[in-house]
Design a protein. Structure first.
Length: 367
């Protein structure tokens, strides 16, 4: 419930009436008088969890707390919103927030500790030769700075930060390995974080028969399998999300739930509309499942996010209006760019989701 709705419902209430709080599943005798109203200064996170039976559960909490237990980006939604808290005990909200701030500080300290441990590990790898400075890597590969820069740009080599200096895995220079194939695999997995890439290359994988990628470079059949596994693995490092909202919007609304959400794990280097089409068609995750209401005007937002870390990156906003046999489509690819307007044949549309698929198909053909 929003504050505006609460005030509207209270407009005819007696000023001297006592406000009681009735907890869920309690009977009337357990209702308690409201003793504290806290206006929270910072936006909180609201999570909507999708349950196996099709129902949803919403959870509100301070954003600094991170996601709650059971949160899944593949099935659930989250957004920021302003909140007020009513409590039957005076001062309890402020006390808990103060305690939560202390807990958040503890969490930050734990995160800092983990990062420090990772840094110590990388320092050790540099000391024992597992990581190499750029000059030594180039010397072992026998390449110029110009050639090295091109390889770094296309992902054939990659480095990890050690105290502000980028150092490179020595395995990239191992003369016992097929360097062309190794560099090709590095290019496939380039969108993932450097640390994850090193772990992928050097660790056994069940999909590879408990062998590491470095053990799959010589045999042609093994290498073909490795390429397929690498492509699947890197796709899991990024998600493309498509959300549809009723009405015309210039920015994604944070005060209403989307009519429809679809998510696909796909290589972020693939074209925008290819990724959006995969999200709408692959049924890896979509919600709700239908049937869908009749919607004449809606807006589609497309965003990309590195799985498990990083902030979502808005990529496109598409306003769609059905007008007889035609669809009016207005597109903006990123904030600050001009709107592009197009007209698309409506075809035999069945729902607004079908319309969205038709529009994406048109954009794929016309790119």
């Amino acid at each position: 419930m929003k504050v505006a709705e609460l005030l509207l419902r209270l407009k005819d209430a007696e000023p001297d009436a006592v406000v009681l709080l009735l907890p869920r599943y309690a009977d009337f005798t357990e209702a308690e008088e409201i003793a504290d109203v806290a206006l929270i200064a910072e936006p909180w996170t609201c999570e909507r969890h999708r349950n196996a039976d099709g129902t949803t559960t919403e959870v509100h909490h301070p954003t600094a707390d991170g996601y709650t237990l059971g949160w899944s980006p593949a099935t659930d939604e989250e957004w920021s919103e302003r909140v007020i808290i009513l409590s039957p005990q005076p001062g309890t909200v402020e006390a808990r927030l103060t305690g939560d701030a202390g807990a958040a500080s503890d969490n930050r300290a734990l995160t800092d500790s983990i990062r420090e441990q990772a840094l110590q590990t990388r320092r050790g790898m540099l000391a024992d030769g597992t990581l190499l400075p750029e000059d030594e890597l180039r010397a072992r590969l026998g390449i110029s700075k110009k050639r090295f820069a091109r390889m770094l740009e296309d992902g054939s080599v990659f480095g990890l930060d050690v105290d502000g200096t980028v150092c490179f895995p020595a395995l990239l220079t191992d003369s016992r390995l097929d360097s062309k194939r190794l560099q090709a695999i590095c290019r496939i997995i380039a969108p993932a974080r450097a640390g994850s890439r090193l772990d992928f290359l050097s660790s056994p994988h069940g999909a590879l028969g408990d062998r590491s990628p470095l053990q799959m470079l010589d045999d042609d059949s093994d290498y073909k399998q490795l390429c397929e596994v690498a492509e699947t693995w890197v796709a899991q490092s990024s998600r493309t999300t498509v959300r549809l909202y009723e009405g015309e919007h210039g920015t994604e609304p944070d005060d209403v739930a989307p009519l429809y959400t679809a998510i696909a794990e796909i290589d972020p280097r693939k074209p925008l509309w290819t990724r959006a089409s995969k999200a709408l068609h692959d049924r890896g995750y979509e919600w709700p499942l239908g049937p869908y209401p009749e919607v004449r005007t809606f807006t589609m937002f497309v965003e990309q996010q590195a799985a498990g870390y990083g902030e979502p990156r808005a990529e496109a906003c598409v306003q769609i209006t059905a007008n007889g046999d035609l669809l009016r489509v207005r597109i903006i690819h990123k904030k600050g760019t001009a709107w592009q307007s197009q007209t698309v044949s409506a075809g035999k549309r069945k729902s607004f989701v079908d319309v969205a698929k038709r529009v994406i198909a048109h954009l794929l053909r016309s790119r």
